[in-house]
Design a protein around this ligand. Structure first.
Ligand SMILES: Nc1nc2c(ncn2[C@@H]2O[C@H](COP(=O)(O)OP(=O)(O)OP(=O)(O)O)[C@@H](O)[C@H]2O)c(=O)[nH]1
Ligand SMILES: [Mg+2]
Length: 308
């Protein structure tokens, strides 16, 4: 398998600025307030409520509550800082200890199919991914396979221009047609990476979901390994709804990674933990703003640090 030449690539850390500090410290401040008082049954209830407010869901809330109550029974003298340290350490264990290096390295001409519900940040993320990989000296082609919404193509064209990458011009009104042309152009133009936009769809629209299956079948006709990534864009502000929508998508297409967007706009950090623990899908990217540079490879340590 031919792999992109990364010898001339600038060191990754030089591209990554610390945007995690944009995540609000609501969780930490609430915990500090809570644990500053003696822990009584009402206080434990408040903690439980706080965890639910973080979108952690009943299973994780129960796990955390059982754990911290056991800790409290064992260490009766525990102070605010001890409880917070316990919480931080426990939350980190929800992520796998053996973590894959990110960002992922793809074979040459790999196809990343970007999927998700309306308005989750698909097109914005494509612009930012294109910018990221372009800066690593990769030749990027973006594909406007959202043929459903008016002006979707124009919107992607704006992002392509910002990131200084090419966009395939396809007259096709059929997303599969656009993907077909993009993969062909990928070979002809010797591109390293092809990133395809798709229409935002809600789980109730079964025919649109079926269309995704067709897009994947079409891609496989030109490259059996495609798509190399099905990147689901998960809006962190949607909480439980967002997770339910993701589960529906997973019935129609093999989601291989998550980009968690709008983390700068929410005080809730639980969704990332649930995706990892309950659905076992790796979070690859995190969106922390609306700009071209506001995307970073996901880092569990940095993420947990940013919540506390
Ligand atoms: N604050 C913040 N806003 C974001 C982030 N990512 C995307 N957005 C905003 O979310 C809105 C929707 O983004 P789009 O990229 O158009 O979303 P989409 O999924 O392509 O939408 P459709 O094509 O309509 O399905 C825009 O206003 C973006 O600026 C993020 O990480 N943080
Ligand atoms: Mg879009």
């Amino acid at each position: 398998m031919e792999v992109c030449n990364r010898k001339t690539v600038p060191p990754l850390f030089s591209l990554i600025k610390d945007k995690y500090k944009k995540i609000k410290k609501f969780f930490l401040h609430s915990l500090q307030d809570l644990f500053s008082k003696p822990m009584c049954p009402e206080q434990w209830e408040r903690l439980e409520e706080l965890l639910y407010m973080q979108d952690l869901g009943s299973n994780l809330v129960k796990e955390i509550m059982d754990g911290i109550l056991a800790y409290h029974r064992e260490f009766k003298e525990a102070k605010q800082a001890d409880y917070i340290r316990w919480m931080k350490t426990r939350m980190l264990t929800f992520f796998p200890t053996q973590r894959e290096p990110l960002p992922r390295v793809y074979p040459k001409r790999a196809l990343i199919l970007v999927v998700g519900v309306n308005g989750s940040g698909k097109t914005t993320t494509i612009g930012r991914l294109a910018n990221f990989y372009q800066k690593q000296n990769q030749k990027i082609l973006v594909a406007p396979a959202d043929t459903f919404r008016a002006a979707a193509k124009e919107q992607l064209a704006i992002w392509a221009k910002r990131a200084a990458v090419d966009m395939v011009e396809s007259p096709s009104k059929d997303p599969s047609g656009v993907i077909y042309e993009a993969l062909q152009k990928g070979v002809q133009g010797d591109y390293d990476l092809i990133i395809a936009d798709t229409a935002g769809r809600l789980d109730a629209k079964v025919e649109l979901m079926r269309e995704l299956e067709k897009v994947i079948r079409t891609a496989k006709k030109l490259n059996v390994e495609a798509p190399h990534e099905v990147l689901y864009i998960l809006d962190a502000t949607l909480g439980q709804n967002g997770l339910d929508q993701l589960k529906t998508f997973m019935q129609f297409c093999p989601v291989t990674g998550i980009c968690l967007t709008k983390m700068d706009g929410t005080a809730k950090g639980g969704v990332a933990l649930r995706v990892q623990k309950e659905l076992k899908i790796p979070i690859l990217w995190i969106g922390l703003g609306e700009g071209l540079e506001d995307l970073q490879p996901f880092d569990a340590n940095q993420y947990i640090e940013s919540l506390f």
